[in-house]
Design a protein around this ligand. Structure first.
Ligand code: MG
Length: 384
């Protein structure tokens, strides 16, 4: 029996993970459900997974949880660091980290401190603080299992081993819903249009990031830290069908690819079971339904976000934290209808260009860089 904590329990990854765990109760026990504002949803889940502790980091979430009449014995953690405190108290074997954005970094570090394996869907943890997270990972002696489809693909191609003998890895990108639009059409794109992803079903921030390709930019940083590969050996390809998630090319010319229908439950199951395979009731793959797989270069002019990722790696230190913070602020402004779509990446680029990198030694220093970049992004957006 593995004791599992779900962070971001009512979000896209959390919901899909719990959907799988409902059918795996003989192998996994849900011991912690953590959210932010989603008190009512977590009260329902607490009834369904009796014995699980609950963490809610926003006061409104905690109030909604109490109002929903949860099981009386539920252990409840509240306050801004509720998830981290709960992790240290509950000490799960495995943490499924499905929190969206920079808010996920502190709980990721707490998961390692609590002695858990970390199934990481929150790529921001690595984008913001790759070296710090890896240092804590090494000290914990636990495993980091990627729950990002591309990285889970690379991980599986490598058999969970290192990258000795690897020449390059390829990460694929669907290109998102605006791929074929003209510059003028992209300027007019609405949030509703951007949120209609052609192949993947995901949360709003990452869906906007698939259209800007900032999500892929972050995945480049994520892959760099996960697999210890220099950025020039990580390539991005536009692959509209989202069937090939990643490819690994070895020095002898052999190439391995990981394929499957675009469904996050596949990488979640791979992480839950690793190194074993868990049988699922997902529909078997039909190659004939995908008889045409296409690959296109990612055009740097149309997708300036990719160059920002490479620049952030060149600048080093806390540059990834600055890039992520600026993108979060600009993405929220776009979703609120305040700025046109192309301004998201332009804002992130302006913040990164002005960023003076330093090498953070602690969570506090990373969060300070995050705050400075957010303030800068807000100033830029207010002035235009
Ligand atoms: Mg991905």
């Amino acid at each position: 029996m593995r004791r599992v904590a779900i962070l971001g329990a009512s979000g896209s990854i959390g919901t899909q993970t719990l959907g799988l765990l409902r059918a795996l109760r003989e192998r996994f026990e849900v011991v912690l459900l953590a959210g932010h504002r989603s008190g009512a949803a977590l009260a329902d889940l607490a009834r369904e997974f009796p014995g699980a502790a609950v963490a809610l980091s926003h006061p409104e979430g905690a109030a909604a949880f109490q109002a929903a009449g949860p099981p009386r014995a539920t252990r409840l953690f509240t306050g801004p660091n509720a998830s981290s405190e709960a992790l240290l108290a509950v000490r799960p074997d495995l943490v499924v980290q499905g929190i969206s954005g920079a808010a996920g970094l502190e709980p990721s570090l707490a998961a390692l401190e609590a002695g858990a394996d970390l199934a990481l869907a929150n790529k921001e943890s690595l984008v913001m603080a790759g070296p710090l997270l890896k240092e804590r990972l090494a000290a914990s002696g636990r495993r980091l299992l990627p729950v990002d489809s591309e990285h889970a693909g690379v991980w599986q191609c490598l058999g969970g081993k290192g990258t000795a003998g690897v020449r390059r890895i390829f990460l694929t990108a669907s290109g998102g819903p605006l791929l074929d639009l003209s510059a003028a059409e992209r300027e007019r794109a609405t949030p509703a249009q951007v949120l209609r992803h052609p192949t993947w079903k995901m949360g709003p921030r990452i869906t906007v990031g698939s259209a800007t390709l900032m999500n892929k930019a972050f995945e480049l940083l994520e892959a760099h830290w996960l697999f210890d590969l220099p950025p020039e050996r990580i390539e991005v390809l536009i692959h509209r069908q989202s069937v090939v998630h990643a490819m690994v090319e070895f020095v002898d010319g052999a190439l391995l690819a990981q394929l499957g229908v675009p469904d996050m439950r596949v990488p979640i199951l791979a992480a839950l079971g690793w190194p074993e395979r868990i049988e699922s009731d997902l529909a078997p793959f039909d190659p004939l339904a995908f008889s045409r797989l296409t690959f296109e270069p990612a055009d740097p002019e149309r997708h300036p976000a990719l160059a920002l990722a490479r620049l952030a790696l060149e600048m080093g230190g806390d540059s990834g934290a600055a890039l992520n913070a600026a993108d979060e602020v600009a993405t929220a402004a776009f979703l609120a209808g305040k700025i046109p779509f192309p301004r998201i990446v332009a804002t992130a680029g302006a913040v990164l260009a002005a960023h003076e990198p330093s090498s953070p030694r602690s969570l506090e220093e990373v969060l300070a860089a995050d705050r400075r970049a957010r303030e800068h992004a807000r100033r830029i957006l207010e002035s235009c």
